[in-house]
Ligand binder design. Sequence first.
Ligand SMILES: [Zn+2]
Ligand SMILES: [Zn+2]
Length: 211
Amino acid sequence: MITIKRFTFNAFQVNTYLLFDETKECIIVDAANYENYEDEELKNYIISEGLKPVMMLMTHCHIDHVLGSAFVEKTYGLGITMHKAGKVFLDNAISQASIYGFNLKEVAKPVSFVDEKDILKFGNSEIEILYTPGHADGSICLVNHKQEFVITGDVLFQESIGRTDLPTGDYDILKKNIITKLFMLGENYKVLPGHGPSTSIGHEAMNNPFI
Ligand SMILES: [Zn+2]
Ligand SMILES: [Zn+2]
């Protein structure tokens, strides 16, 4: 049974998720912690729950989602697991950070690349990868079929979708991926987005004005 802990970090209010099960092995999704107190909040939670971080996974490498990657790398010895098409964003993260007013000195290194239909295992649990570009190249969604949830990064939000006006953004591709990959999961799947509140596939299929 996977427990999902959500933090909301940095000025862009990114949702960082910790996924862990009864083994206490834990995946950190989108390490967006930036301020010192956010680093502490993440670290203290991991200590208090007795968790063992085994993977740092990025839904995509826009700057607001990777601000805490160097902290996680230093603290837990974990590099980044991601889709390789997003590497250009990671390579440019430090210059991008300064444009958005963040003082970012380093980012973690990528250590593993995932692609469509890959299964990632941690503890007694698994996550399936969907490749869903359109907001940004390299964007992935993370699905757990047993508990019927999907972490969507900036692909799908509650009654909204990711921006498509940034480099590599493409509205038609994004819409197609949402319809053919996310809506196909079924209406019961809970949606855990990269920003804002949780929703469900059923709610979005009925009410999302962008699709
Ligand atoms: Zn983004
Ligand atoms: Zn974002």
